[in-house]
Design a protein around this ligand. Structure first.
Ligand SMILES: C[S@@+](CC[C@H](N)C(=O)[O-])C[C@H]1O[C@@H](n2cnc3c(N)ncnc32)[C@H](O)[C@@H]1O
Length: 321
């Protein structure tokens, strides 16, 4: 999943004259801060060079992950056409771009972002690029969401990991109250990201939410640590990305986990593929999370006829059945 062409061009323009040593240093610092899930009272993207490092090394991956989550959400609720979006921790506008790519008729978007540096970049990238009336709000999502109107789609992508764990239940509660229809939360596909999603999932189910994706049920998550639920998208690395990270491989696998929860139930629930399928001659083993709340590997062989043909084609993250 590539960035939409106007976004890619805008990003390239912003990165054109950036000195490589400074970009490399900023990318290294950013990566270390993310890996450590550092919460030291400073925003990871508080400064211009950190924002540029994010554009070069993180945006293509978070865009691909967010876009894949929106596809899963749309597949679970085929008629859903949000008119309004409220995105928390908007960064450079990743969710806005992904949402308007899928639903070009989006009419209004409110983007809440604490960092002035990234807000400025997001605003300039999106200027004139979307038909939606777009408003960028400065503020801390843990304290400043009062007075914001509910939206059809509310989202928070790669944000919960930057917020103090003690503040998360209240934030999730506020996001749900602001959700007119569906709430999407995306997190890094790490065990810690999964734990945050699991906690939000329980809280939302308790509040009456219906899980649209990835789980095809509202029973407790059947996975037991050290196993954890996550998905992956392969993302091409630009030349600048490779230079900034001293990376040889022209791609990377972005691991992510998400939860789409709605006020409306999903019309039908199919099992979800929760690991890369293992293919052999005349057989495939698929790890599934099932509508009955169970999870486990299932063997499909030629003897299963059409079901085998379908199972052989599914990928990690797809639905089956
Ligand atoms: C990793 S970035 C993700 C950006 C974007 N959502 C994406 O998926 O690419 C997290 C963003 O959340 C913002 N953020 C972190 N804590 C916040 C808070 N309490 N209130 C508002 N924004 C916050 C950060 O400044 C940063 O821009």
């Amino acid at each position: 999943m590539e960035l939409p062409a106007p976004l890619r061009l805008g990003v390239n323009g912003l990165l054109e004259k950036v000195p490589l040593p400074a970009l490399k240093q900023a990318a290294k610092t950013l990566s270390e801060r993310y890996r450590a899930e550092l919460r030291d009272g400073r925003l990871h993207m508080g400064e211009e060079m950190a924002v540029k490092a994010y554009l070069a090394t993180r945006l293509p991956a978070t865009y691909a992950a967010v876009r894949a989550c929106l596809d899963a959400l749309a597949e679970a609720r085929p008629g859903f056409q949000p008119k309004s979006l409220l995105d928390i921790g908007a960064g450079p506008g990743t969710m806005l771009w992904a949402t308007t790519d899928l639903w070009p008729d989006l009419e209004r978007a409110v983007l809440v972002e604490a960092s002035a540096a990234v807000r400025k970049v997001g605003q300039s990238l999106a200027a004139g690029a979307t038909a939606a009336r777009t408003e960028w709000l400065a503020g801390d999502a843990t304290i400043d969401l009062d007075g914001i109107a509910p939206a059809d789609l509310v989202s928070a992508a790669y944000v919960l990991d930057e917020i103090a764990p003690a503040s998360l239940p209240k934030l999730v509660d506020r996001l749900w109250r602001l959700t007119g229809d569906t709430l999407l939360i995306v997190e890094p596909g790490t065990p810690a990201g999964w734990q945050r999603i699991i906690a939000a999932r329980s809280q939302l189910i308790e509040a009456g939410a219906h899980v649209l994706a990835p789980c095809p049920h509202e029973a407790p998550c059947p996975l037991v640590p050290p196993d954890w639920c996550h998905f992956s998208r392969r993302v091409a690395r630009s030349r600048l990305h490779r230079l900034a990270k001293d990376a040889d491989v022209p791609w990377e696998d972005e691991k992510f986990i998400y939860l789409a929860a709605s006020r409306q139930p999903a019309p039908a629930r199919a099992a979800r593929v929760i690991a890369p399928p293992k293919t052999g001659s005349g057989k495939v083993v698929v790890k599934l999370c099932r509508p009955d709340g169970s999870a486990g590997e299932q063997l499909f062989s030629k003897r299963d006829g059409d079901v085998f043909k379908t199972a052989r084609r599914v990928d990690w993250g797809d639905t089956l059945g």
